[in-house]
Design a protein around this ligand. Structure first.
Ligand code: LRH
Ligand code: MN
Length: 424
């Protein structure tokens, strides 16, 4: 389903006067507003192909209807998001949930929708029909060499799909670990996993990156073989220059200081990218910025300061991806909210007077440092984010266009109430 540009323009016309007033007010206090707007326009967030349908938990799944039934419809749905917010110009595929039947057709359809292919994701946490060896007791860590080799071969196959589509990175998340003391020899599991990642690393084209995603628990509940940033950092360092860590916000133990982890990994040049979401307890995969927006701002504050210190381009220097699961909300509305929350946190971080903050830190003037930081966080930057979107041809208010155009109703009419999407 496409949304015609004139429909977006009509909706903008109704809101332009109020927007110009709000934008005029906030931009008065911004010294480099044009530079900031350009950075906001350039900042694109990749949408996960596995989060366009209704997610579920082991307790139940409540289908919302009109879900994409194949990769083509997933690309169309992300194209619709991108038409509205001009900030979702990439799709991240998960194999085998999204194996392209015809690379040329899929590339052409993605291009028509203004989308590029971001990181490819492998899957050695589920057994596929007809699969020779089970991943029940892990994949790259497995005690059986045949299972490890099967997992290595799968990741190399995922790289091959990515090369055909024009992707340039692979995310490896391993569900591997143990759920009971005594179940696993940690050192052997670590060594097997390193050897497996090294085989996969050898298959990477020169311009590719490998993201090693860590997670504290689930689906294993005693140990995870890539359980925290330190273990991921260890693997990435041992693998080589093309290997980086990937920070999924929901993969930490309660109260972990994620912004400090980000600052350290960035400082070491080993931060590869993000899976943005939010959570209150575990890997809840909730809407970005819906539970702890201040933490998201603090993370972007470290990113802007750290990337500028390394002369990195904000838009292309790291992998910006969402990883969420929509159990009770419309997946497309949820993703529109998540992209907006990411852009707001980025805009607030761009407002931080880094020089003044560093001076306050040098003076141990904690109160002044807090006021500088919270001053940026308490600035309503939404008119700046909206202005960047408007200048990119997007909607001032994507959600209101999505609803006024009755997109979900139309998707249910064309795809049916029972349509189910592959993914989580
Ligand atoms: C694991 C994870 C990983 C994906 C999966 C869909 O929790 O975050 O990034 O492969 O979700
Ligand atoms: Mn993830």
């Amino acid at each position: 389903m496409q949304i015609e540009k004139y429909k977006i323009a009509d909706n903008n016309d109704k809101q332009i006067a109020a927007h110009k007033r709000a934008f005029g007010f906030v931009s008065e206090g911004v010294s480099n507003v044009e530079e900031m707007l350009q950075k906001l326009k350039d900042f694109q967030v990749a949408i996960p192909s596995w989060a366009l349908g209704t997610g579920g938990t082991r307790f139940g799944r409540f289908s919302g209807g009109g879900e994409p039934r194949n990769l083509e419809e997933k690309i169309e749905d992300i194209g619709l998001l991108h038409a509205l917010n001009q900030s979702s110009g990439a799709i991240s595929l998960h194999i085998p949930w999204d194996i392209p039947e015809n690379y040329a057709n899929i590339k052409a359809l993605a291009a028509q929708n203004g989308l590029r292919f971001d990181a490819m994701n492998s899957n050695t946490f589920q057994d596929q029909p007809g699969q020779e060896h089970s991943y029940k007791f892990g994949s790259l860590q497995h005690v059986d060499k045949a299972v490890r080799q099967q997992a290595i071969d799968h990741n190399i196959e995922v790289i091959r799909h990515g090369i055909e589509l024009g992707s340039d990175s692979l995310t490896v998340w391993l569900a591997d670990g143990s759920s009971f003391p005594g179940q696993l020899n940690f050192r052997k599991a670590h060594q097997h996993t390193l050897e497996g990642l090294q085989e996969i690393y050898k298959a990477l084209p020169d311009n590719w990156k490998m993201f090693v995603e860590y997670k504290a628990f689930e689906p294993n509940f005693y140990s995870m073989t890539v359980g925290d940033w330190g273990q991921s950092f260890l693997y990435a360092n041992k693998l080589g220059d093309k290997a980086y860590t990937l920070v999924d916000l929901g993969h930490h133990l309660p109260n972990a200081n994620i912004e400090q982890i980000v600052a350290l990994l960035l400082g070491e040049g080993k931060l590869g990218g993000f899976h943005f979401n939010d959570s209150k307890y575990g890997d809840d995969d909730l809407t970005v910025g819906s539970i702890n927006p201040y933490q998201l701002f603090l993370i972007f504050n470290e990113l802007v300061e750290g990337m500028d210190a390394r002369g990195m381009n904000h838009a292309t220097g790291l992998g910006w991806m969402i990883d969420a699961s929509h159990n009770i909300k419309d997946p497309l509305e949820d993703l529109l909210q998540s992209v907006e929350a990411i852009k707001i946190a980025y805009a607030q971080a761009l407002l931080v007077d880094t020089k003044a903050l560093q001076q306050a830190q040098a003076d141990n003037d904690i109160v002044k440092a807090q006021e500088i930081l919270q001053g940026a966080y308490r600035t309503d930057v939404r008119p700046l984010v909206a202005e960047a979107r408007l200048r990119s041809g997007g909607a001032l208010n994507p959600l209101s266009v999505y609803r006024s155009e009755k997109v979900r109703e139309q998707l249910i009419k064309s795809r049916g109430q029972k349509a189910v999407s592959t993914g989580l």
